[in-house]
Design a protein around this ligand. Structure first.
Ligand code: FMN
Length: 189
């Protein structure tokens, strides 16, 4: 397994939309999933849980998506429904990242969602460092009540992302050119 220097991986990470077989190895998964658990986490609440979906289970998720879309719009045609059905097959492995928020005297719920988001970012970074392609998606399906129900979410839980993981297909996209000075300034000005 090739492990890039940490800072190099952080500075060069890009998402990878085209993902193919094979799915990440068990060792790579263990590292990627463990990275999630090292996210900054106010109060050490571990306000997250993750569903791992692969193989035929992706078609089941596709059914959940197409049923949700059809419930919203009964006029959807076959091709449109098939698009929803096929969404989860965009990668060999999906991780549904779920924020589990609860009332806490010191940790507002938004911080708990942020921690779950940080867990996803940690997985993106770990995946990149390991040469595993990854893409964080949400979209209407992440917030659809029937999708949430079918995935087993309960009160206080929300989907912070569908993390698609697989082998990068083709070249990675170029990095955007962003200047630190455009986003960071000394204060007071
Ligand atoms: C919470 C969240 C949700 C996202 N949802 C989507 C999505 O549904 N579809 C999409 O194309 N990109 C989505 N993105 C953006 C991509 O994951 C990716 O970050 C973006 O295309 C920029 O590419 P880069 O990560 O290589 O800079 C989302 C990002 C975040 C943080």
């Amino acid at each position: 397994m090739f492990i890039m220097e940490a800072i190099n991986a952080l500075l060069h990470r890009v998402s990878c939309g085209k993902l193919t077989e094979p799915a990440p190895s068990l060792a790579a998964r263990e590292a990627i999933f463990s990275a999630a658990l090292r996210a900054a986490d106010h109060g050490n609440l571990r306000p997250w849980r993750f569903l791992v979906i692969e193989g035929a289970a992706r078609a089941s998720l596709g059914k959940v998506f197409s049923a949700a879309a059809l419930a919203d719009d009964s006029d959807l045609n076959e091709a449109q429904l098939e698009r929803y059905q096929k969404m989860p097959t965009r990668a060999p492995l999906l991780v549904v990242a779920i924020a589990q928020t609860s009332q806490h005297p010191k940790v507002p719920q938004i911080e708990q969602v942020v921690a779950a988001g940080a867990a996803v970012q940690n997985m993106l970074n770990a995946a990149f460092a390991l040469g595993v392609g990854a893409y964080w998606r949400t979209g209407p399906m992440a917030y659809h009540p029937s999708v949430m129900k079918d995935l087993g979410l309960v009160e206080g839980e929300s989907v912070v992302g569908f993390l698609y993981l697989g082998s990068p297909e083709g070249k990675l996209k170029p990095l955007p050119e962003l200047a630190v000075a455009d986003y960071f300034e000394a204060w007071p000005v």
